[in-house]
Design a protein around this ligand. Structure first.
Ligand code: NDP
Length: 464
């Protein structure tokens, strides 16, 4: 059984000359894109057995060269006026990475850290994630370095309108369908959709997902990523003779994914004791009172430390070291649901020493490659983000489906479909891992299962 990601093996000489060549090519062509290179190495590092078996089929059609090169990157200026009447300029992006399986699909992130490397890593991950859902969607991602924190509603609206004035030239329900991500929730999607409709003079409901329920949104979309993460975790634990009931859980983040992961984990009888934001975390050993977190984050758009105002017995721990405070808390199950590279090797060591049994990536690439390696080689199960957080995009595809039918499914109908999709994603992941000798290394399993689908489609569609 090969329980490691073979990442280092790949960098230092895999048995596949073709893979080595592609990893070097990616590094030389994208020298200033560390997050993108990290994502490429993470995926390619696990594909060795597949590439060795199919090298003669893939190499002549430049399959790997094409899979690491976006079909298109759009970068644009976003000018807007703030509340003081001052002109501001941000940078907008849309990366249409791979449309083999369907219209490009992936969220929009508004965060000051957004740059081309982060957009490309997210879009690259999205190709594989979308393939795992089994739904007809290609991979894309977009966003802006705009910081929504502290902005008024009017500023958010003006920014969204300006952003969409350019983006609308490049999207459409059969072309590219954006959704939310960090900093983009229901409010932003509403403003973006309004501007799209105004410019196009056309009610194209399927052009964006994550819409409000009153204008084409799907029930259970808001909950989908977090719930889906827990459905995947349930299956992964079951396959390894464990269950969520009675387990202590810590969650990083307190945004959309974190909140609904907490809700579903609690429903399954887990004790969620911590949640965080970028400043610090709250520790409530008696179990997080989620209605209080929802009020702080979804209604007041406040900080997680305000939880203590309502629950004085809880502890607030400010981030002040290299490891975010939330990861110093002892737990059986760790759910990183904030941002990329949140868990580095040192955090992985602390979590493992503290008895972690499983990590479920609600965020995209929240663990560094070294952290994943460490977990896997120390017997900690890892549910990789591209499989475990695919419930959001899967439900977005269900939203597109309802928009096409001009029909709505009930919450339970959507939730049941979501559960079925996540159960199936885990089954495919497990099967691929076992078939290629990776045992319960689901990181490798997810990459292989997704890659095989995309490779097949790319081969059928010719050299494009
Ligand atoms: P939200 O904006 O709703 O919440 C983000 C949370 O993460 C906040 O608590 C935020 O804290 C925290 N956070 C963001 N950036 C940082 C940072 N640099 N350091 C520490 N904490 C940070 O986003 P989502 O919940 O939608 O997304 C969370 C993750 O899940 C992202 O990786 C996203 O790509 C991924 N994801 C989201 C999906 C979705 O459907 N929404 C689907 C699949 C994946 P603060 O308020 O302090 O910034």
């Amino acid at each position: 059984m090969n329980n490691s990601c073979t990442l280092n093996g790949t960098q230092n000489g895999t048995k596949s000359a073709y893979l080595n060549e592609i990893i070097n090519l990616a590094a030389s062509k994208n020298p200033n894109e560390p997050e993108f290179l990290q994502a490429v190495k993470e995926v390619l590092g696990t594909l060795e057995p597949v590439i060795l078996k199919h090298e003669e089929e893939y190499k002549p059609i430049a399959l790997l060269e094409r899979i690491i090169e976006p079909e298109r990157i759009i970068s644009f200026r976003v000018p807007w006026i703030d509340d003081k009447g001052q002109a501001q300029v941000n940078r907008g992006f849309r990366v249409q990475f791979n449309g083999t399986l369907g219209p490009y699909k992936g969220g929009l992130r508004f965060h000051p850290t957004v740059n081309q490397s982060i957009m490309k890593f997210l879009a690259f991950e999205q190709i594989f994630k979308n393939a795992l859902t089994g739904l007809p969607i290609g991979g894309g991602k977009g966003g802006s370095d705009f910081d929504p924190k502290g902005k008024s509603d009017n500023e958010i609206m003006r920014f969204c309108q300006s952003f969409m004035t350019e983006l609308q030239k490049h999207i459409g329900q059969d072309v590219d369908v954006p959704a939310g991500d960090i900093g983009v929730g229901g409010r932003e999607i509403g403003y973006l959709f309004g501007q799209y409709r105004r410019i196009k003079n056309n009610y194209e409901a399927g052009v964006l997902t994550g819409k409000g329920l009153d204008y084409g949104g799907s029930l259970a979309r808001k909950e989908a990523t977090g719930y889906g993460l827990i459905y995947f975790m349930r299956e992964m634990l079951k396959a390894n003779s464990m269950e969520l009931k009675g387990k202590t859980v810590i969650i990083s983040g307190s945004g959309n994914v974190a909140i609904y992961a907490c809700e579903k984990a609690q429903e399954y009888g887990a004790n969620v004791v911590a949640m965080s934001d970028s400043n610090g975390c709250i520790y409530d050993k008696d179990g997080i009172k989620l209605d209080i977190v929802k009020e702080i984050k979804e209604v007041k758009r406040g900080r997680i430390k305000e939880y203590k105002d309502s629950v004085p017995s809880a502890q607030y721990m400010e981030n002040n070291g290299e490891i975010p405070a939330v990861y110093t808390i002892k737990a059986d199950i760790v759910l990183p649901c904030a941002t990329q590279n949140d868990i580095n090797i040192n955090a992985a060591k602390v979590l493992t020493e503290n008895g972690a049994k499983a990590v479920g990536e609600g965020a995209n690439m929240p663990c560094t490659n070294e952290a994943v390696e460490y977990f896997l080689s120390n017997g900690v199960l890892v549910a990789p983000g591209k499989a475990a957080n695919a419930g959001g995009v899967a439900t977005s595809a269900l939203e597109m489906c309802q928009n096409s039918m001009r029909y709505f499914w009930s919450f339970d109908e959507v939730d049941k479909k979501l559960d079925g999709i996540m159960t199936n994603i885990f089954a495919q992941t497990k099967k691929a891992a076992e078939e290629y000798g990776y045992g319960n290394n689901y990181v490798a399993g997810a990459n292989i299962a997704a890659f095989r689908k995309i490779a097949k489609g790319m081969k059928s569609q010719g050299l494009i």
